[in-house]
Design a protein around this ligand. Structure first.
Ligand SMILES: Cc1ncc(COP(=O)(O)O)c(C=O)c1O
Length: 394
């Protein structure tokens, strides 16, 4: 029955992850998969998550369905986290989703239902799932300039020029913070410029926030969204709790709609719930209950914030150390951008062949497009990483 279907394009990350896990060289550095790792190479369960899980295992009263809208209290707590300031004269409604991926998919399905001919613009480069999610829904896909692959810096002029050519039949997907894969940070000034263009041209901003708290801090990482929300009348937000709560396989997220019309967001929320019905019917509740419990229990919230801060500071320190080591190894400032990037990723200005040489000859694993997950570096591996990169990329 399915034989005539062309094979889907293979997943790049999983085979690389498996290959790295089988590599027994002591100097191995695995920077492939997009999960947080500590210095021991583990993706730990956060302390507050463990405590909340323990508490809920005793006090949880039911495992009954929560309905396609999800748990309203959970959605309200995530809303307070995602939108840390009150946005004057705007209404926000959300639904609980299985992770940020489903949130984005539901939002895009809603866009398709409302405006079937809308084109969705993603950054060049962007998270590997963005393009396929858009095209599988049947929406048009286009890319806006973002990263200059020679300097590994932002391309502000061509970015603004492209956005200035868009209009009400376009949606533009932005990363709320911690851009995946480049780690490039949009300054507040650029966010203001982009938000101004969005208001003037009327395109629909969709913000994907998957790393809040792992860039410059919880509130700081929401600044771009706040600037956009204050400027435009309508936007959508897909929000993931996978990384900042370490709840990857519990599938915890929310899809939010914001509008200056209350009726519009109320209708949009019901539409999202109706789209959830054939997709997953109701969201998984275990992880959402954990998040809700942490955010509503001051002691656990403090515990979570402290650990998130520690993870964040570790990423910043690793970035600084790697950039310093590369400055020494190469005698240039070529890699200073790594310290300026934020979140879990940066990209090496390398070809796929060079990335393979790094794997084969140096046991240093990143993706073919040059993406490296900074969290995969241990402090004791910085020197090997820098020496290897300098040897292969010089
Ligand atoms: C930019 C971006 N959005 C969304 C996601 C998916 O998040 P989730 O695991 O919650 O579906 C990721 C995961 O890597 C991501 O990098």
């Amino acid at each position: 029955m399915f034989e005539h279907l062309p094979l889907p394009s293979p997943d790049e990350i999983v085979p690389l992850m498996i290959r790295a896990s089988k590599d027994i060289r002591a100097e191995k550095i695995d920077m492939t998969v997009g999960v947080y790792r500590n210095d021991m190479g583990q993706t730990p369960i956060m302390k507050a998550v463990r405590e909340a899980d323990k508490y809920l295992s005793v006090h949880r009263k039911t495992k009954c369905y929560v309905g396609p809208l999800g748990d309203a209290d959970f959605v309200a707590s995530v809303k307070r986290l995602a939108f840390p300031k009150k946005i004057q004269s705007k209404f926000i409604r959300g639904i609980q989703t299985p992770g940020g991926s489903s949130a984005l998919s539901l939002i895009l399905n809603l866009v398709k239902k409302a405006q079937p001919d809308m084109k969705v613009w993603i950054s060049d480069p962007s998270y590997a799932n963005h393009g396929p999610t858009i095209t599988s829904i049947g929406l048009g896909l286009a890319k806006y300039p973002f990263l200059n692959r020679e300097t590994m810096m932002l391309r502000p002029t061509s970015l603004m020029e492209t956005l200035n050519c868009l209009g009400p039949s376009d949606a533009v997907l932005f990363h709320g913070s911690c851009h995946n894969p480049s780690g490039l940070k949009l300054s507040e000034d650029y966010w203001h410029k982009i938000a101004g263009i969005a208001r003037e041209k009327g395109f629909y901003p969709i913000i994907d926030t998957a790393y809040q708290g792992l860039g410059d801090g919880l509130t700081e990482d929401a600044e771009g969204l706040m600037i956009m929300a204050e400027s435009v009348d309508n936007l959508a937000l897909s929000f993931s709790c996978s990384k900042n709560f370490g709840l990857y396989n519990d599938r915890v997220g929310c899809a939010f709609l914001m509008s200056s019309s209350e009726q519009e967001v109320d209708q949009g929320q019901l539409q999202l719930a109706s789209l959830a019905r054939p997709a997953h019917w109701v969201p998984p509740q275990n992880g959402a209950e954990i998040v809700k419990h942490i955010l509503s229990t001051p002691q656990l919230k403090t515990m979570w914030l402290e650990e998130l801060n520690t993870m964040n500071n570790r990423l910043i320190r690793l970035r600084e150390k790697l950039a310093d080591a590369l400055r020494i190894e190469t005698g240039t400032k070529t890699y200073d951008f790594i310290a300026e990037n934020s979140g879990m990723y940066s990209m090496l200005p390398a070809t796929a062949v060079q990335m393979e040489t790094l794997r084969k000859d140096y046991a240093v694993y990143g993706l073919d497009d040059g993406r490296i997950n900074i969290a995969g570096l241990g402090m004791n591996k910085i020197s090997h990483a820098a020496k290897s990169i300098a040897a292969v990329l010089l």
